[in-house]
Design a binder for this molecule. Structure first.
Ligand code: ASP
Length: 594
């Protein structure tokens, strides 16, 4: 072969190429030998083309060569396009009408037998994730991973087009910067030039985008990498990608409308699904009450009901004491659910009870309704009237089940929220919902939450979120009552975005820092540049960030974030392929003064 470079890609040849001499480059996707013939499926990113190597007297060396190939070898194949034999066409393949009769093959590179199958067959179980992450370059040859990376590219393209058309500027902000608090631990980078000083990798570009608004850029966006040193979960990675944007002279509705248009376009292009606008809004309070979550999956019911008033009137000591201590009693009613759970499952130590306990409950109370009566043990504490009231509230029928929690409001929400998701699994409520996307804005968040570390308050979103104008006086009198001008976007139980209108008045910003326990000196030391910038004619502004990895997961229909990232870390934040993080040379540490 004079020149091994391709004339066509592997997804390109059709019947109208028959008779043409072509050269293809690609990998051996599959390999079948039949006596005097070898069939190869040659693959590149664009498709698969069948190649036939026949044993002929003129060219015995070619057949011998082909007989030694293995899967994933990298080849250059020269040959003539010919029709497939009648009946051998493959309608599933875009090139399925033709095949290449090879006249010359050059091995560009060999490959040992791969440790797992690169070719995917429907329904086949994948190899273990660790080995796939270790040999990610092979794993990425799999069609489904290729598809998700193409999807991500499409997502980025739509975003760039949509926002450019609307006068947003894409601006890059520093990776080496000062800590931007988003409620996680920072990744720190030591400075060689300033021994003992550290950069923080950005948890988000939050402050830079606000500064860009103060500089008058009006509309900014960035597809930004953010880094947060948090414990990993199935939908979390130490570094992740956000669409980060900010707008000047806007109110909440302007930001939400902008994002709704984008969301609609993304779903249309990526999934062919029409999203109805405007997207529904729900208050944080309502979401916590009905779904026990600030990112509710609203594709199924099993809503939570508050039974505190009812519980007060019963003789059940556990409930009465809970209510007296300011706790609540809440329940999920599961129509025809009784037979799915044995009493042993529900009793202390049982599987279902443990789910509640692991989610934070002291215990799980339950009632079945069978043969026109309540069963379960606690029913004896409820008078006939109480029982009738309960039946009426839920329209209880024989075969129903009630799961009840008496606890502090946050705990009851958390436990029943977890239970709700578990029940959805048990009853297969999400089956067949792969194409239903329930988008929801969560609004009306409290600005502050009690600090779990023992301080007074922490910010619910971040410290730069504006309080409702009418609530500004409460910053001094009762911060717990201050509501934020913040919003989260939720799809199918995932938080896929969050943002807020920002504080643009330096005095209000200083007050919020004080609520968060910073002395004026500390606020000055940490955020002096922001307080100063706000004094220089800061415009009203607000924005949002969308978690693009989660968007890609939802659009790709996977529950594993590693499926939508080219080179992800494993559950223990390790890159299985390169081994990072790794120890470094003592000299490097010395240079850094460490
Ligand atoms: N900086 C926020 C975040 O990363 C998003 C925003 O408020 O725009 O969650």
């Amino acid at each position: 072969m004079q020149d091994w470079r391709r004339t066509h890609r592997c997804g390109e040849l059709r019947a109208n190429h028959i008779g043409t001499v072509v050269r293809l480059n690609g990998w051996v996707n599959s390999y079948r030998g039949y006596g005097q013939q070898v069939f190869l499926d040659l693959r590149d990113r664009f498709g698969i083309t069948q190649v036939v190597v026949e044993a002929t007297k003129e060219n015995p060396a070619l057949f011998q060569l082909a007989d030694g190939f293995g899967r994933e070898w990298c080849l250059a194949v020269e040959g003539i396009v010919r029709p497939r034999l009648p009946g051998k066409e493959n309608p599933d393949l875009i090139t399925g009408a033709i095949e290449i009769e090879a006249t010359s093959i050059q091995v560009l590179n060999q490959c040992p037998t791969p440790p797992f199958e690169v070719t995917e067959f429907p329904g086949e179980e994948l190899a273990g994730e660790d080995i796939r992450l270790e040999k990610r370059y092979l794993d990425l040859r799999r069609l489904s991973l290729q598809k998700t990376l193409v999807l991500r590219h499409t997502l980025n393209r739509i975003i760039r087009e949509y926002l450019s058309e609307r006068d947003f500027l894409e601006v890059e902000t520093p990776l080496l910067g000062k800590s931007t608090p988003e409620g996680a631990r920072d990744y720190l980078v030591p400075s060689r030039v300033h021994p003992g000083s550290w950069y923080a990798l950005p948890q988000s570009p939050q402050l830079y985008k606000q500064l860009l608004m103060i500089s008058g850029y009006d509309r900014y966006y960035q597809i930004a990498r953010c880094l947060r040193d948090e414990d990993l979960r199935a939908d979390r990675q130490p570094e992740f990608t956000q669409l980060d944007l900010e707008m000047s002279f806007v109110d909440q509705d302007d930001v939400l409308t902008m994002i709704e248009g984008l969301a609609q376009k993304i779903f249309k292009v990526c999934r062919g699904v029409d999203i109805a606008l405007p997207i529904r809004r729900m208050s944080y309070e309502e979401a916590m009450l009905r779904y026990g979550s600030d990112k509710p999956d609203t594709r199924f019911g099993l809503e939570i009901s508050d039974l505190s008033d009812w519980a007060k009137g019963t003789d059940f000591r556990v409930f009465k004491e809970a209510i007296a201590a300011g706790s609540v009693v809440r329940a999920i009613h599961i129509a025809q659910g009784a037979s799915k759970f044995s009493n042993t499952d529900l009793k202390p130590g049982g599987k279902t009870s443990e789910i509640a306990v692991n989610a934070g409950a002291k215990g799980l109370a339950w009632l079945k309704y069978e043969d026109n009566k309540f069963l379960g043990g606690i029913e004896k504490f409820f008078s006939a009237d109480s029982q009738a009231a309960l039946r009426d509230q839920f329209g209880i029928q024989n075969g129903d089940l009630l799961l009840l929690i008496a606890d502090k409001e946050e705990v009851a929400a958390q436990v029943l929220g977890t239970m709700r998701l578990h029940l959805a699994q048990v009853f297969g409520l999400l089956q067949g919902k792969e194409n239903s996307f329930d988008l929801l804005w969560l609004v009306d968040f409290p600005s502050f939450m009690p600090d779990p570390q023992g301080g007074r308050y922490v910010a619910n979103h971040h410290p730069f979120t504006a309080p409702r104008v009418a609530d500004i006086p409460l910053l001094e009198s009762d911060p717990s009552k201050v509501m934020a001008r913040a919003y989260d976007l939720v799809i199918n139980g995932y938080e896929v975005g969050g943002g807020s209108i920002r504080i643009h008045d330096p005095a209000v910003q200083a007050k919020v820092f004080s609520v968060l326990g910073l002395t004026p000196e500390q606020a000055q030391e940490k955020f002096g540049f922001l307080l100063d910038a706000l004094k220089h004619g800061a415009p009203p502004h607000g924005g949002i960030a969308l978690g693009l990895d989660r968007w890609a997961m939802i659009l790709a229909g996977t529950a594993n974030i590693r499926d939508v990232i080219a080179f992800p870390k494993n559950q223990r934040a390790r890159d299985m392929m390169t081994g990072a993080p790794t120890p470094v040379e003592p000299k490097q540490l010395k240079d850094l003064g460490l």
